[in-house]
Design a protein around this ligand. Structure first.
Ligand SMILES: [Cu+2]
Length: 590
């Protein structure tokens, strides 16, 4: 057992120790669902946790084990636990209204399922807003065989976005006024500043376009005012993981936030990404990476100096951050980096760049650039001197640097930055590393060991991610969950899902029960995930081998989007009956 887990055990008390000691031997675990106090150092509030704490315990399973998990609901309301990313019989998946009825107050529900995978995952309530209120914990599954990489020590780094308001209150406020929590509203001062930089007419027309969308270029996080936490601790409370210089440390990052994407870096250390969503990838050394809501990334770092290093996570919209620490002794701390400038959405994020041509091979950065003819090219459609309208080129991920000659002979100088094909060309959201180094892209992920034979998909299903920001309705193909027919799949087929993001928000799409093979153009080496993040103005494909009979949830993992309707039930028809039932579960009244 790692030092990190021991340390958590001593912090979290006997309930966790019991859960952990059961891990290797009996395969039986006990969880209680409790009212707890969330204390971020800046506010305290009532929340929900497991075994008396939030985050709940780290559940440590072993691949090949049959687990029995007794969950006792001590709340005065129903609850549920979903095992995020775990492949299991559908009645064990823990989604009320789809997998089962949920767990009534006072009831103990016993989950039983085989562990058929390894890696870093997490669990959370799938009832109401219990998850944003604190109902989550981490899962580590040790592989049967040896890991393909080496490390001396490991820590879970679980990120959350604790909010002083309860989930129910937040949704009420968002429904009443969708920009209720947006503190980055543009002001008259910004207008004058933009007018100076872009010219009055351009600024005015830009404003009119945004008005038509009923969005603002700062609508990147529809929920602000939260305190980000690492393992339940704010910057002030400084979660610390100890190391001895020269050790290789595996950090298991889990984003259990309700609504917040984070950009993560450890100033002074390269991070080698070795796993994404529980599946090993070919190692990618990076300086920084973005973690979507509900994703996990495992990285290995090797601090060599006898000092403190900051694990720094900044929210994607730069409204908040949290710092944890890797140090050689308790009580040490490194400097906390400043928040960077908030990104601004561009016309590309509005989908203006959507219909475009395919220029496989180049990428345009999202910055404004002065053309050699003196005109300005911002990240949006632009009429070239020859009358060509450059709009929505879909770039294959390469980089164009230096100068480039346009069809009319105009030379565009040094305007190209490294692009990320998973953002719209010219998107204001394309991330860059704080130190100017390497920022992880989905495009870098390659499966270490493919889980499936590669084959042609049997059919394609288009899912347009849609929404009405003004009324805070989120939907798929324009239809919210309450009005939608289930998606019907047939056991044995391989479905290609086409996500077309027609909104200006980024949506982390999560299919339960089956793997999401993200198409990064690498064929059998495409990474195997459980969350696929779809940025504004982009189309992203994933394929699923339909190998799990039963009924499953498929939804955006932003809590308030899922609850507002960006959610579907998937029914897998056919297939072996026994596979869906597997180990029978049981209920007992408490
Ligand atoms: Cu969403």
């Amino acid at each position: 057992m790692s030092f990190g887990l021991l340390r958590r055990a001593s912090l979290l008390g006997a309930g966790l120790a019991a859960a952990l000691s059961g891990a290797a031997m009996a395969g039986e675990y006990n969880l209680t669902v409790d009212r707890v106090t969330v204390d971020t150092g800046s506010f305290t509030r009532s929340g929900i946790g497991y075994n008396g704490a939030t985050p709940g315990p780290v559940l440590r399973f072993k691949e090949g084990e049959d687990v029995t998990i007794n969950v006792t609901n001590n709340l005065s309301e129903p609850t549920s636990i979903h095992w995020h990313g775990l492949i299991l019989p559908y009645k064990q998946d823990g989604v009320p209204g789809i997998s089962y009825d949920g767990i009534a107050p006072g009831e103990t529900f016993t989950y039983r399922f085989p562990i058929v995978q390894s890696g870093t995952y997490w669990f959370h309530s799938h009832t109401g807003f219990q998850e944003p209120d604190g109902a989550y914990g981490a899962i580590i599954i040790e592989p049967e065989k040896r890991e393909p990489f080496r490390y001396d020590r490991e820590y879970v780094v679980q990120l959350t976005d604790a909010h002083p308001h309860s989930g129910n209150r937040i949704l009420r406020n968002l429904k009443m006024m969708p920009d209720y929590y947006n503190r980055q509203q543009r002001t008259l001062f910004d207008f004058l500043k933009d007018s100076r930089e872009q010219g009055f007419d351009a600024t005015l027309s830009d404003r009119a376009d945004w008005g038509d969308m009923r969005m603002m270029p700062t609508d990147i996080e529809d929920l602000q005012g939260f305190t980000p936490l690492i393992n339940g601790k704010s910057t002030k409370q400084n979660w610390t993981g100890l190391f001895t210089p020269g050790e290789r440390i595996r950090l298991r990052f889990i984003n259990s936030s309700a609504m917040t994407y984070f950009d993560i870096r450890i100033p002074g250390l390269k991070m080698t990404v070795v796993q994404a969503d529980g599946n090993n990838v070919l190692p990618v050394p990076v300086d920084e990476f973005r973690i979507a809501v509900a994703e996990t990334y495992d990285v290995i770092v090797q601090p060599k100096e006898d000092r403190a290093y900051a694990i720094f996570a900044e929210s994607m919209a730069r409204t908040a951050s949290v710092r944890g620490t890797l140090a050689t002794a308790e009580g040490m701390a490194a400097e906390v980096p400043e928040l960077r400038q908030p990104p601004r959405l561009t016309m590309a994020d509005m989908g203006m760049a959507h219909e475009g041509m395919d220029h496989g091979g180049m990428a345009m950065g999202g910055m404004s650039h002065t053309m050699s003819d003196g005109s300005t090219m911002s990240g949006m459609s632009h009429t070239m001197p020859d009358g060509t309208v450059m709009q929505g080129m879909n770039h294959g991920g390469g980089t164009m640097s230096g100068s480039h000659t346009m069809p009319d002979g105009t030379v565009m100088q040094g305007m190209m930055a490294a692009g990320d094909p998973f953002y719209a060309p010219g998107s204001g959201l394309t991330p860059t590393a704080a130190n100017g180094g390497k920022f992880l892209s989905y495009n870098d992920l390659r499966a270490q060991r493919p889980l499936y034979e590669h084959r042609e998909a049997t059919r394609e299903i288009e899912l347009r991610l849609t929404g009405n920001m003004e009324r805070y309705i989120w939907s798929i193909n324009g239809i919210k969950y309450a009005d939608a027919e289930p998606i019907r799949l047939t056991y044995g087929e391989r479905v290609r899902f086409k996500f077309v993001n027609e909104t200006m928000m980024t949506h982390p799409m999560h299919l339960h029960g089956m793997w999401s093979i993200l198409d990064t153009g690498k064929g059998k080496w495409n990474p195997v995930k459980h969350v696929v993040s779809v940025a504004p103005g982009t189309t992203v494909y994933m394929e699923t081998e339909v190998d799990a009979p039963g009924e499953w949830a498929f939804h955006c993992h932003l809590s308030y989007h899922a609850d507002s309707g960006m959610f579907r039930k998937v029914i897998v028809e056919g297939g072996p009956k026994g596979k869906a039932a597997a180990l029978p579960s049981k209920k007992t009244e408490g």
